[in-house]
Design a protein around this ligand. Structure first.
Ligand code: AKB
Length: 338
């Protein structure tokens, strides 16, 4: 009996999962896994879907008894704001969950004898500066700078990057027979993402997309950070393309396993101005929440993505103007009505 070869996506129903499933399913058989039932619209694009918890080892065993996994996009995670309310649960989901999937990747590579690509979305939350002054002074940072995250989610992401590097390069290094794990781990530190089709929940970069989606629905919005707050953002299609681009890159071209990518970095005030230009009636107030503000103030205002541009030709299609004019506004107006 032959198991069916698939690409596994965890967290398939989340913000990024939505976009990724529809792109990936064009030329791969996708197995979509999520903690909740995958909605029919996504499900019909997949070879199969499963509802289950990545912490449930029996469920993972059932999954590999049926499918042969050649690549994993491990998107399931508790985001930064939510993680601060339940840090221990966040650690379980974000770290133990990732370990479970890395272990599964090792086993799968042994079974079918080919490397398993493991695509891991890390985050700008992996960075941390000690104060707003330090953030301003640091400016545009590369992958090796300011790695002292202050949030549980950021700590989890940074540690999982290290785990991925360990599994792919140093796995069982003292065993009698040398072990090649077969895991080909690749990671991107994503900026805040903005989708026209979904509103994020549980993150701390959510103020950008929330502000826009609220305005489109004629709802007032209290922005939880100050107007001068600046972090990198990206339109969702560029984020999906980046994941697929990194997946396709020849391994010998990759000089690191963790890459920054960047597109635009407006202040919250500049973002609000663009929203108001599109929706002149928008009611946006700035009502900073000191504790969420502190998290965003520890994230960089800009990142240097020259390694991604050099190694696997990353290129964002959307700058801020184009993202608004050609992706966000037309699709959001279609969704909520002009
Ligand atoms: C969050 O705010 O938790 C995420 C992120 C920046 O990684 N969107």
């Amino acid at each position: 009996m032959r198991r069916k070869p698939v690409v596994l996506i965890t967290g398939a129903s989340g913000e990024m999962g939505h976009g990724l499933v529809s792109q990936l399913a064009k030329d791969h058989d996708v197995l979509a896994l999520d903690i909740k039932e995958v909605e029919p619209e996504l499900s019909k694009m997949c070879l199969a879907t499963m509802a289950g918890d990545i912490l449930d080892k029996h469920m993972l065993e059932r999954l590999v008894s049926e499918y042969e996994i050649h690549a994993i996009f491990h998107l399931a995670a508790l985001l930064s704001t939510r993680s601060e309310f339940t840090p221990e649960t966040a650690h379980e989901v974000n770290v133990t969950g990732t370990m479970n999937l890395l272990k599964l990747a090792v086993e799968q590579a042994r079974w079918h004898g080919k490397p398993v690509k493991f695509l891991f979305p890390s985050s700008i939350a992996a960075y941390g500066t000690s104060s707003l002054e330090a953030k301003i002074k640091a400016g545009r940072i590369n992958e090796d700078q300011c790695l002292e995250p202050i949030s549980m989610y950021g700590c989890n992401k940074l540690y999982c990057e290290h785990l991925g590097r360990y599994y792919s390069r140093h796995y069982r290094q003292l065993a009698a027979e040398s072990h090649v794990s077969g895991v080909d781990f690749r990671s991107i530190r994503f900026p805040g993402l903005i989708s026209a089709f979904t509103v994020p929940s549980g993150g701390t970069s959510d103020y950008g997309p929330e502000m826009l989606h609220a305005a489109a629905q004629e709802a007032p919005y209290d922005c939880f950070v100050r107007e001068d707050t600046r972090i990198p953002f990206m339109a969702m299609p560029d984020a999906i393309d980046a994941l697929l681009g990194l997946m396709a890159a020849p391994v010998e071209k990759l000089t690191t396993q963790v890459y920054n990518i960047a597109a635009f970095n407006p202040s919250a005030g500049e973002f609000a101005e663009l929203v108001k230009k599109a929706y002149p009636q928008a009611k946006i107030q700035f009502v900073p929440d000191a504790r969420r503000q502190a998290i965003v103030d520890s994230w960089p205002s800009d990142v240097d993505d020259s390694r991604a541009r050099r190694d696997w030709a990353f290129k964002n299609e959307y700058d801020l103007k184009r993202a608004f004019e050609e992706y966000l506004l037309p699709n959001i107006k279609k969704r909520y009505g002009a």
